[in-house]
Design a protein around this ligand. Structure first.
Ligand SMILES: *[C@@H]1O[C@H](CO)[C@@H](O)[C@H](O)[C@H]1NC(C)=O
Length: 369
């Protein structure tokens, strides 16, 4: 960790809030610069040609642009990057996955969330419109188990993740629609997703975790399946949006409990307080997960500030910077570092760098206050 102008007090280095904001903002900005220079490709508007991962990388860039209150991050125009990825996946110049539609409803949902965030940043109406059309595609493909949605277009699996994403995206739409009918329609959709998740048993009301696949015949959670950081994170985000839709309704309190449960969960957080994924060898999917939790912890802190979120986030951000950064500025998947050079699996450093960047951004946002 770089300590600028630190004050020596009682034998401890103490950073004033403004100083740590500058430090974390610099870390996040330089990491964004690495991601864009190294992985962004103009021809498809994606990072390392990855699909759902690019939605996450973009949502982080949107957060960072909002945080520094500028369309430029490290001299890259984030607004024009958004314009380009939009143009490359909509008519008339679409190169793939036209209108952000593909066979997987979780992938679609991540893009819906990113376009809503892009709309919040830029006020570009077409971004909200595309998010709405994506959510309609997810919902209209046919309901699983009354109130739930399928994981993919082949209608074989019902998983927790796409249902939590739909809950969050629908609630976000409800909170942003101009027309009262749409407000009601998306609020109902979000409520139905939450009822479905509770009834299926994927929500554990004692442990405050959400996990597992759902048997499409019995509509109940299948056995096994550890919780994951990203499901916990997206649930926090979805609960915060439901809180806005319902003028609270106890949802913020529930979001806080999900956050505490994750930060104390023996599989999701190391004994030293570093966020981790319970899964073993990492893939391009699982290496993305942790940053998603950090993004929604940042949103929770904005809504209901709590020093334990700040402690957790700064500890993780500091560990990333000290222990997990390569010479070229990319960041490995384990935020506690990899001192024994263990085999961490097969994942792109674009993915793990983008995930870590969400933690750096969260640390900057919390320091800014
Ligand atoms: C992970 O992503 C990278 C970058 O796009 C790609 O080259 C690699 O093949 C992907 N790995 C797997 C197992 O799909």
């Amino acid at each position: 960790m770089q300590i600028h102008r630190a004050l020596l007090a009682g034998g401890l280095f103490i950073l004033s809030a403004a100083e740590s904001y500058d430090t974390y903002k610099d870390h996040a900005t330089s990491t964004a610069d690495v991601l864009i220079k190294k992985y962004y490709d103009d021809s498809d508007g994606q990072f390392a040609h990855l699909w759902w991962n690019s939605a996450i990388t973009f949502s982080a860039l949107v957060d960072l642009s909002a945080l520094v209150d500028s369309k430029n991050v490290a001299n890259h125009d984030i607004y024009s990057l958004l314009e380009n990825v939009y143009a490359k996946h909509t008519p008339p110049d679409s190169v793939s996955n036209e209108n952000f539609i593909n066979p997987y409803y979780d992938d679609e949902g991540w893009w819906a969330l990113t376009w809503i965030a892009a709309y919040d940043l830029t006020q570009e109406k077409k971004y909200l419109d595309i998010a709405q059309s994506i959510v309609e595609d997810i919902y209209n493909t046919g309901q699983a188990c009354g109130g739930g949605v399928w994981w993919s277009r082949s209608h074989r699996v019902v998983a927790t993740i796409e249902n939590v994403i739909l809950m969050g995206a629908a609630a976000q739409l409800s909170n942003r629609m101009a027309n009262e009918d749409d407000v009601t329609k998306y609020k109902k959709m979000a409520d139905a997703s939450w009822s479905f998740l509770r009834d299926s048993g994927s929500w554990d009301p004692d442990a405050y975790t959400i996990s597992g696949d759902i048997d499409s015949n019995t509509c109940k959670r299948t056995s096994g399946g550890d919780p994951s950081t990203y499901c916990q994170g997206i649930l926090i985000g979805a609960l915060l949006e439901l809180a806005s839709a319902h003028k609270d309704g106890g949802y913020v309190d529930l979001a806080k409990k999900v956050a505490q449960a994750t930060m104390k969960h023996p599989l999701l957080t190391t004994k030293d307080g570093i966020l981790q994924e319970p899964l073993g060898g990492f893939s391009n999917d699982t290496a993305q997960f942790k940053g998603i939790f950090m993004r929604y912890l940042m949103q929770l802190h904005r809504r209901a500030p709590d020093s334990s979120y700040v402690d957790f986030t700064t500890k993780n951000a500091d560990s990333i910077w000290t222990n997990s950064r390569n010479q070229d500025g990319t960041i490995i998947v384990r935020w506690e570092g990899n001192p024994t050079n263990a085999d961490l699996g097969d994942y792109s450093l674009e993915v793990s760098t983008s995930s870590a960047n969400q933690c750096l951004i969260a640390a900057a946002a919390m320091a800014k206050g």
